[in-house]
Design a protein around this ligand. Structure first.
Ligand SMILES: [Zn+2]
Length: 314
């Protein structure tokens, strides 16, 4: 071989080597400024089911339809019977979408008759007792009631009507319903007549709230991401806006539809969020056509809404 050919081969090799070095430097993100992604975040639309009959917070409900109760031993037999009637009445009126079951401990609803257990009760409250939800967690889609109390005290009003007006009124407070300004309504703050009626709209709202599935709902609340060479970094909060805790679930990073990383998430309690900060995750392509993050790609858990499980970076 002539010297000339050898020189040409050397030059080609040097060019190839330089190309390789430049490619390596770019793919390692050394020669490039990071690409910051402009991500369209999902907006969560919350439908207020209880628009027409106000609740203390929007969409207040227990996160299960079989609601448990205890009735304090100090409650007179008559009161106990009327409370049971109230539970049966409300369950029947809602086509048994909610039921009430007695329990030994950790009840959803505590019925108390002795004043020793009385907590601050305001004068403006209903007649012979008061009731209300005590612990509420607003998750985004719902306000989940953890527990509530019904106070029923001996008074002339308590057993005034044949129908358990007072007991149902208090029970509806526990379920989140506010007072009504209509004198004909059972939810009017005062028992002016035994003819006060339970508003049909309240029944409709209870049926609608409790016909929704009691599930978690995970979505990407905030997200920022950038790519430097072949390395992806992102910062996000996965929030559970549903009504029950989520189970173990994976977040997948997809590069042109292929999984490059699967990250296992701890169960997220309802209403809570989990911050996820991933730095320098190596992806497959320097310039992918599509980069996505997906919650539960394999459909392992049931959620209220699965359309909000995906976010596209590119
Ligand atoms: Zn009241």
């Amino acid at each position: 071989m002539s010297n000339k050919i050898i020189t040409i081969i050397y030059i080609i090799l040097i060019i190839l080597l330089i190309d390789l070095i430049v490619y390596l430097l770019i793919s390692q993100g050394i020669l490039q400024a990071p690409k910051i992604f402009n991500i369209t975040e999902q907006k969560i639309e919350v439908k207020n089911i209880s628009d027409e009959v106000p609740q203390f917070y929007s969409n207040m409900k227990f996160n299960h339809n079989e609601i448990t109760y205890t009735i304090e031993n100090l409650c007179p037999e008559k009161t106990r019977q009327r409370v049971l009637d109230a539970f049966i009445e409300l369950s029947n009126l809602t086509d048994k979408i909610i039921t009430f079951t007695q329990t030994e401990n950790n009840p959803d609803i505590e019925v108390i008759c002795s004043r020793e257990n009385e907590e601050a009760i305001s004068e403006e409250y209903f007649i012979a007792g008061e009731g209300g939800a005590k612990q509420i967690i607003s998750t985004g889609l719902y306000s989940v009631i953890s527990n509530g109390t019904i106070y029923l005290y001996e008074s002339k009003d308590l057993n005034k009507c044949n129908w358990p007006n007072v007991e149902i009124h208090e029970l509806l407070h526990v379920l989140g319903f506010e007072h009504s300004t209509s004198k004909e309504s059972l939810m009017y703050p005062y028992l002016t007549s035994c003819d006060q009626k339970l508003d049909e709209k309240i029944i409709q709202v209870i049926k609608e709230l409790y016909s929704q599935p009691n599930l978690p709902d995970l979505y990407f609340e905030n997200i920022s991401a950038n790519q430097k060479g072949k390395y992806l970094s992102f910062n996000t909060t996965i929030k559970n806006i549903g009504v029950v805790n989520s189970k173990l679930v994976n977040i997948s990073v997809l590069d042109n539809g292929e999984i490059v990383k699967s990250i296992e998430l701890e169960p997220i309690p309802y209403g809570a969020g989990l911050k996820l900060n991933i730095q320098n995750l190596k992806i497959s392509h320097l310039n992918p056509e599509k980069l996505e993050l997906v919650i539960d790609l394999e459909n392992k858990i049931k959620e209220i809404d699965r359309t909000n499980n995906q976010v596209q970076l590119i």
